[in-house]
Design a protein around this ligand. Structure first.
Ligand code: GDP
Ligand code: MG
Length: 292
């Protein structure tokens, strides 16, 4: 009997969850950014070998709810814990041993699934610090960036998966539609090119995706909260949005492996981050689940 199940990767923002997912799945699915909190959506990647299949959830960081978007992110992360067959609790090795997952996530009870503690970014630690961490019981020392320790981690995950037929066809990398990744790539580009207040006010929606003609026509809308932000994104004489469009188009072409015409728009949706209707429109679920 093969093994198959759901693997939830969880940890604070910026510890390397998206990087780990990309490394495991072997293709760039979840966006990575040096800025924290860049992953707002739950992304499913799938890794299949001859006899095992991991369906991987990349959760947004477990945060204290400060405003509605963060509550929504937290609810998604907590639900992903409930669904898991195996939990990979990722932490930054440079910060030493983290508190237990239940404590860090402020859960009422320990999760049902086995938790594998993985200490990431060991590539940036001097040898003596690594040796200290190696004494933490059951901790996997890894570098999502260089790949160090990843095969061993995958082996441990596979051992914890329940016996089950595969959950998805073997060659499927992700259950998320391409449109979703296109929107993520546009948002990633905004995070890269713009700084300060703007990035966290940005949501991206692909409103049209017309296949069957070359180039592939994609119309995407960048939503911001204020007119001033719209002006920043457009830039002087449209220079900024042209630059965003060009960089995002290259990434999308790389993803879909064909020529793309990216038609990029900017719209203001006042205070969307505080509005439950807008949150669900962009795919953020309301906060519920195993949280206090
Ligand atoms: P997430 O917020 O947990 O999804 O974190 P990301 O995957 O977006 O990574 C946050 C930052 O940490 C990025 O700049 C990554 O390049 C960096 N990073 C991730 N994994 C490693 C690692 O193993 N070593 C080092 N040195 N940096 C890493
Ligand atoms: Mg991430």
């Amino acid at each position: 009997m093969p093994r198959a199940g759901i693997v939830t990767v969880v940890g604070k923002p910026n510890v390397g969850k998206s990087t780990l997912l990309n490394r495991i799945v072997g293709q760039k699915l979840s966006i990575t950014s040096p800025k924290p909190q860049s992953t707002r959506d739950r992304i499913v990647g799938i890794h299949s070998t001859a006899d095992s299949q991991m369906v991987i959830l990349d959760t947004p960081g477990l945060l204290n709810p400060r405003y509605k978007l963060q509550e929504s992110m937290r609810g998604t992360a907590v639900r992903a814990l409930d669904e898991a067959d195996v939990i990979v609790y990722l932490a930054d090795a440079r910060e030493g041993e983290p508190p237990s997952l239940a404590k860090a996530a402020d859960l009422e009870k320990a999760p049902r699934a086995p938790v594998i503690l993985a200490l990431n970014k060991v590539d940036s630690l001097p040898a003596p610090r690594r040796d200290q961490l190696a004494s933490i019981e059951n901790a996997a020392l890894i570098s999502a960036l260089t790949g160090e320790g990843i095969p061993e981690l995958m082996e441990r995950i596979a051992q914890h998966l329940p016996e089950s037929p595969f959950l998805y066809p073997e060659d499927e990398i992700s259950t998320q539609p391409v449109r979703f990744f296109v929107a993520e790539l546009v948002r990633e580009t905004v995070l890269e090119q713009l700084h300060d207040e703007v990035p966290y006010s940005v949501a991206v929606q692909v409103e049209e995706y017309r296949e069957g003609r070359s180039p592939l026509y994609i119309r995407a809308v960048i939503y911001v909260e204020r007119d001033t932000q719209k002006a920043i994104i457009i830039g002087s004489k449209g220079a900024q949005i042209r630059s965003l469009g060009e960089a995002a188009r290259k990434k999308i072409e790389n993803l879909v492996q064909e020529k793309v015409y990216l038609d990029l728009w900017v719209k203001v949706l006042a205070n969307w981050r505080k509005n439950p209707g807008s949150l669900s429109r962009f795919g953020y679920q309301p906060a519920t689940g195993n949280s206090k």
